[in-house]
Design a protein around this ligand. Structure first.
Ligand SMILES: *Cc1c(COP(=O)(O)O)cnc(C)c1O
Length: 393
């Protein structure tokens, strides 16, 4: 990916950039193994690599610094994002931390007021001690965003669709505002995936993922990634990936590559099922509000239509009878498993106020106790709707 200062003889992967997303997902970064012809990439478990002579090696020297299975995943992700580089980490949180290594004491991060709670927790709980200032902003309000951005703003951190309230943020409009200062726009694209939304093309500087979610797609691996086009930033993060050391295991990389092959077909079904589930909930008497950008009455519907291919599989809703009712519903579904996380083939349901977002209770990150969040899986949608109908009764 990058020119190294040492002779680096890593094989260049076949360039599939003229092919469509689905094709790139199957082939990019996954050239057949030259020694065996294996059509599936091998899992390379070596922690160290023999040098041909002092300072001469085949592109890999130590497993933290670089690993061929990780390279396959990174090449694949860059191909799917149509970006110049991608780097992978042991978790989405580790990927976010690598981005935070850009910050100096006194720097400010503008953070969405509806956000993955771990991102908020690390900034406010840990990085505040190092003089990093975090300010919560409603990025849906462009005037508020313009007013909030200042000379010390180094990062503008956006998630869209947001978590857990499923709001839509206009990436191109925020990029426009960030460009007027020195701030870098980071988009956490975990909910949308590169199949549904390409933030770099909309003006973002960096995209991050929890690959644990839709990219892995089977609830069996934890991982993260950063991707972008700026080569100096890429080189910086590659150094930090090695220096901080939160790298993914070769097996985790292999599982993530396997998951990514089917990303497009899985996302199509996630979107189709979520739309049907959202429409069902909209008509249900026990339900107060439904948050799904595919619904025409969703306030972000028009922006989502413009910047996304489809609306993803995350649906949130509030119930009329408050916390007790919400608690009963999430405990009564059978197909929708009561669990945190999202993006796997199986449907999950949870109560953000008491589960994923409990660490933001009492802060500016607004999470209602009436709110239920669902990750709609790829099961038969009639079965899913029947399960919800029974739980809501
Ligand atoms: C899960 C998640 C993260 C954190 O990723 P991990 O892999 O759990 O560390 C960050 N952002 C979003 C939107 C997430 O859903």
């Amino acid at each position: 990916m990058f020119d190294s200062s040492v002779p680096n003889q890593r094989r260049k992967p076949t360039d599939w950039s003229d092919k469509q997303f689905e094709t790139r997902a199957i082939r990019s970064g996954q050239d057949p193994d030259p020694t065996t012809g294996s059509v599936v990439i091998p899992i390379n478990m070596a922690s160290t690599y023999r040098h041909d002579a002092v300072g001469e090696f085949k592109g890999y020297e130590y497993g933290r610094t670089g690993n061929p299975t990780r390279t396959a995943l990174e090449d694949l992700l860059a191909s799917l994002e149509q970006s110049r580089w991608a780097l992978c980490y042991a978790s989405g949180t580790a990927a976010a931390q690598n981005i935070f290594w850009l910050l100096d004491p006194g720097d400010e991060v503008l953070l969405s007021d509806d956000i993955y709670s771990g991102t908020y927790r690390f900034l406010v709980g840990t990085l505040a001690r190092y003089g990093i200032v975090t300010t919560l902003v409603d990025f849906g309000d462009l005037n508020a965003t313009r007013a909030a951005i200042g000379p010390n703003t180094r990062l503008v951190w956006v998630e869209t669709p947001t978590n857990p309230n499923i709001r839509i943020i206009d990436i191109a409009a925020i990029a426009e505002i960030a460009k007027q200062t020195n701030a870098l726009l980071v988009v956490d694209n975990t909910f949308a995936t590169p199949y549904l939304q390409q933030p770099l093309a909309l003006g973002a500087d960096l995209v991050m993922y929890s690959t644990t979610k839709y990219l892995g797609g089977h609830s069996d691996v934890v991982g993260g990634a950063i991707t972008g086009n700026d080569l100096a930033l890429g080189a910086f993060f590659q150094d930090q990936q090695n220096a901080a050391g939160a790298v993914p295991s070769p097996f985790d990389c292999w599982l993530t590559v396997r998951g990514l092959k089917t990303l497009a077909v899985r996302m199509d079904r996630h979107c189709e099922n979520a739309q049907r589930v959202a429409e069902f909930l909209e008509g249900h008497p026990a339900v107060d509000q439904v948050f799904y950008p595919g619904l025409s009455r969703h306030p972000g519907h028009e922006i989502a239509k413009r910047q996304m291919r489809d609306y993803s599989g995350m649906v949130s809703f509030t119930v009329k009878d408050g916390f007790e009712k919400a608690k009963t519903i999430v405990e009564r579904t059978k197909l929708f498993l009561l669990a945190e996380s999202l993006g796997g083939v199986e449907s999950l349901i949870e109560h953000p106020g008491q589960m994923t977002h409990i660490s933001v209770e009492g802060t500016g990150v607004g999470v209602s106790q009436d709110l239920i969040r669902m990750s709609v899986g790829i099961e038969n949608v009639a079965d899913l709707i029947a399960d919800l109908d029974r739980a809501l009764a």
